[in-house]
Design a protein around this ligand. Structure first.
Ligand code: FAD
Length: 466
């Protein structure tokens, strides 16, 4: 049998009328053998080393329509990619067609209406930059290279979530290329069923070429990181503090190996520590009070906190997380983060397998709880915490051991958490948790799926089967 290394360029595309596709696409149509192919086929997570037959690098909705129709007409598995950060590697596929939106990156802010229309391939870096010029922002990812598309469609947790809700709660309109290859605009009045499903239902319903978000006045924030020795008491104090803290305060609890950075004394470098990725978007007059809250959680061993423009707080960890690393993650929701769950996090925190690996527990209370569990597809409105944990490493030789470590961590944590976790933190092998993730909304999501994608063309995702 031919392996991918022995295939001649053209083998994957044999019989496909690529000239027809090229005639209808203004962006790039990249196939094996093209100089751009190696780069075009890769996604952020190096664990997913796939060889698509065709990558359509779209520049507009017309290109997306052409790509979707071509995949459908030629029965090619279809992957959709924006920021390419899906840990589960859903943005690429062997022998199929990838619609890549990464050339569609424009953002138009309407400061009077306090909204922004962004192309489906924007990253949060693109978005934050554009809205910050107007002193406005919305909830988005804490790493600037993450795509707005995948993050928002799955829910969207970030530094403004306790104050302004999930990213999907701030979505007010979307243009979607459906499986039929037609463009539908949806919002609360037009195609409300689709609009409901998009807000948490992931990439199941079509390719979103344009998203309109509600914006809020946020310019400068108190942001940065505070580190403590790894200790369950720090986690417990954080859990109790954040639940009562003003909603302007976001503090993501992390467990990492102490970074080799000047703000942390050398004796902590490479040792397990815990900390808070912090963003306080309230008035600067309250900064001292907020710093006081952080100081009370335990002995501070390193701190780098200052006032900064809001977009900067979402770039602080970009350099530690470049594309091309190997990632395997799991996610779990919890209502109250029990002492049992904290014990498990501490136990695995002590054996973190690499400098790049981490546990991150996002608080998702406050405004996220003020949206009803059936108002959007995102069902877990009673969870106050969403944990992402797993391994990130540089050497593929570590894949097997690190994946096994993450699975054991997940197995030991499950008795202490909800049945489901955030789909955007789940991995490829979590398909059996999709129904639990959507709880009471699952049947309604299936009905929407049957209406807009009865043939399950969009199935490379945490799939809602029609
Ligand atoms: P892609 O791989 O491009 O897309 C992921 C999937 O989403 C696709 O397979 C497709 O099904 C769908 N999709 C993407 N764009 C579109 C579109 N325009 N139309 C239709 N479907 C689309 N999550 C958070 O909530 N908050 C965080 O702060 C956060 N930080 C992260 C940091 C890092 C370093 C990483 C790797 C992930 C982070 N995540 C975070 C998880 C993130 O939400 C998911 O990885 C998400 O899928 C990323 O979206 P993307 O567009 O970059 O990914």
């Amino acid at each position: 049998m031919d392996t991918i290394d022995t295939l001649t360029p053209g083998a994957l595309t044999a019989g496909l009328p690529l000239d027809v596709l090229r005639d209808s696409v203004r962006g790039d149509v990249v196939v094996p053998g093209d100089p751009a192919y190696e780069e075009a086929r890769r996604v952020y997570n190096a664990l997913h080393d796939r060889h698509p037959a065709v990558v359509v690098r779209a520049v507009d909705a017309g290109d997306v329509i052409a790509g979707v129709r071509f995949a459908r007409d030629h029965a090619l598995p279809l992957a959709v990619r924006g920021g390419s950060h899906a840990v589960a590697g859903h943005g690429t596929v062997d022998d199929g067609l990838v619609v890549d939106l990464s050339r569609m990156r424009s953002v138009r802010v309407d400061p009077a209406a306090r909204t922004a229309r962004a192309d489906g391939g924007c990253t949060w870096g693109d978005f934050d930059h554009a809205t910050h010029a107007f002193g406005l922002a919305t909830t988005g990812g804490v790493v600037s290279s993450t795509g707005i598309g995948g993050l928002t469609l799955g829910g969207g947790m970030g530094n403004l979530a306790r104050r302004y809700g999930l990213s999907c709660d701030n979505l007010v309109e979307a243009d979607v290329v459906t499986a039929e290859g037609t463009l539908v605009t949806c919002d609360a009045e037009r195609h409300p069923d689709l609009f409901w499903a998009l807000r948490g239902g992931g990439g199941n319903f079509g390719v979103v070429t344009s998203l309109v978000y509600r914006l809020h006045p946020v310019a400068d924030v108190l942001g940065g990181i505070v580190l403590y020795p790894l200790d369950g008491d720090v986690a417990r104090r954080w859990r109790d503090m954040i639940t009562d803290a003003p909603e302007e305060l976001n503090a993501i609890f992390v467990i990492v190996l102490g970074p080799d950075l000047p703000f942390l004394p050398e004796r902590w470098h490479g040792r397990p520590v815990c900390g808070l990725l912090t963003c306080y978007s309230g008035p600067a007059t309250e900064d001292e009070k907020i710093l006081g809250l952080l100081d009370e959680l335990g002995p501070v061993i390193g701190s780098l906190m200052e006032r900064m423009p809001y977009p900067v707080v979402n770039t602080l960890f970009d350099d530690e997380l470049p594309p091309g690393l190997y990632h395997y993650w799991k996610g779990n929701f919890s209502r109250d983060l029990s002492d049992g769950a904290i014990d498990v996090h501490m136990r695995y925190g002590r054996t973190l397998p690499s400098m790049e690996s981490d546990t991150a527990i996002f608080p998702i209370d406050g405004a996220c709880h003020r949206v009803g569990p059936e108002d959007t597809a995102f069902a877990y409105r009673d969870a106050s915490f969403s944990a992402a944990f797993g391994t990130t490493h540089t050497d593929p030789a570590d894949n097997e051991a690190n994946i096994a470590w993450t699975r054991e961590y997940d197995r030991d944590l499950r008795p202490h958490t909800e049945e489901a976790g955030y789909i955007n933190f789940m991995d490829t092998d979590d398909q059996d948790r999709v129904r639990a993730n959507y709880r009471q909304n699952y049947d309604r999501l299936r009905a929407v799926k049957r209406r807009y994608d009865p043939g399950n063309l969009f199935r490379l995702n945490h799939n809602i089967e029609p």
